[in-house]
Write a protein that binds this ligand. Sequence first.
Ligand SMILES: O=C(O)CCC(=O)C(=O)O
Length: 255
Amino acid sequence: MLENLGVDKNLLSQDEKTALREKGYISLGKLLSDEDLKRISQRINTLINEEQDQMGSELFDSPYIRHPKEAGADRLADLVNKGPIFDRIYTHPRLLAAISYVLGEDIKLSSLNYRAAKPGQGAQKLHADWHESVPEGDFKVCNSIWLIDDFTSQNGATRVVPGTHKMGRLPEEVIQDPWDSHPEEVLCTAPAGTVFVVNSHTWHGGTTNHTNEYRRCIHSYFCRGDQPQQTDQVKFIRKDTMNRLDPAVLALLGV
Ligand SMILES: O=C(O)CCC(=O)C(=O)O
């Protein structure tokens, strides 16, 4: 399947592979042009206007993996079905090379959601995106963060504690207060259009947005083929989405 999506092991440099292995996250650089960002922002604004208080409902109401509502951030969910503009955000070959480097060749999209930290809010405790600790190498999930705005030290950039994916422990098993800043945490600051791939077992979390603007990103989140998806794509996939996507993309969705 990955071959048919243009994925090749050589799409990642040795340094990128080492960083993913050792630190548990990397920047893939700027994968979205300013024109892409403009068009994605327009589509997001349209969806926000259309969905209003239903925003993110597919995520919060899921009978499969229920995600807690977050007062400090807006969400849009199920972006797979909300326009071809979002396709590249889960099919980019360099993204898939990085995700499969962490999870192995058998991967599925788990969910494709938008998260915007509200002005003055957006802080999260340090967490892993998995309910239990896993031994190094038995990774179940891997996320990517597509920056729609610049991530700065002021606007709630994601924090990551490098190397914690190798500890086989959840933050709450080790530190007293996962809301506190961690002495080794690093902020993922970068220009809009940049993509970070974060092994989801690496401790991480949103930080407070100290500006007056929303801090926006899209999470293109993957799981190993033998794990349940956050958004059950078989249940959610719309006919028009199914008709326009290649078989290899449908396989990536688990459809
Ligand atoms: O958007 C972010 O900065 C990180 C969000 C995150 O880690 C999550 O929602 O699990």
